[in-house]
Design a protein. Structure first.
Length: 117
């Protein structure tokens, strides 16, 4: 059973940084693509970044956020710099086998990020 557990969220002032982590278990994740999404209050969930095949970022975070994975492929990080109040959201980790197509099949429960102005 695939399990994704996010951590690292919190309250930070505008201009600050946070690093989110997502620990994946239950499979060998080297053949999975991993990603981050977020959902702000009253808004739909939106794409933030993905690892595979090469890192891709939403325009709103490009140049400020960096996605990476550890050597095992089982942990994915989202380094968030120059945070803005509009980055406030619940951040979700997602994973899916690369060969299963473009949909995301596994989700974590999310971690709250709040950026104060």
């Amino acid at each position: 059973q695939v399990q994704l557990v996010e951590s690292g969220g919190g309250l930070v002032q505008a201009g600050g940084s946070l690093r989110l982590s997502c620990a994946a278990s239950g499979r060998t994740f080297t053949t999975f693509r991993m990603g981050w999404f977020r959902q702000a209050p009253g808004k739909e969930r939106e794409f933030v970044a993905t690892t595979s095949p090469t890192p891709v970022y939403a325009d709103s975070v490009k140049g400020r956020f960096t996605i990476s994975r550890d050597s095992t492929g089982n942990t994915v990080y989202l380094q968030m710099n120059s945070l803005k109040p509009e980055d406030t959201a619940v951040y979700y980790c997602a994973a899916s086998p690369i060969l299963w197509g473009s949909q995301w099949h596994y989700w974590g429960t999310g971690t709250q990020v709040t950026v104060s102005s």
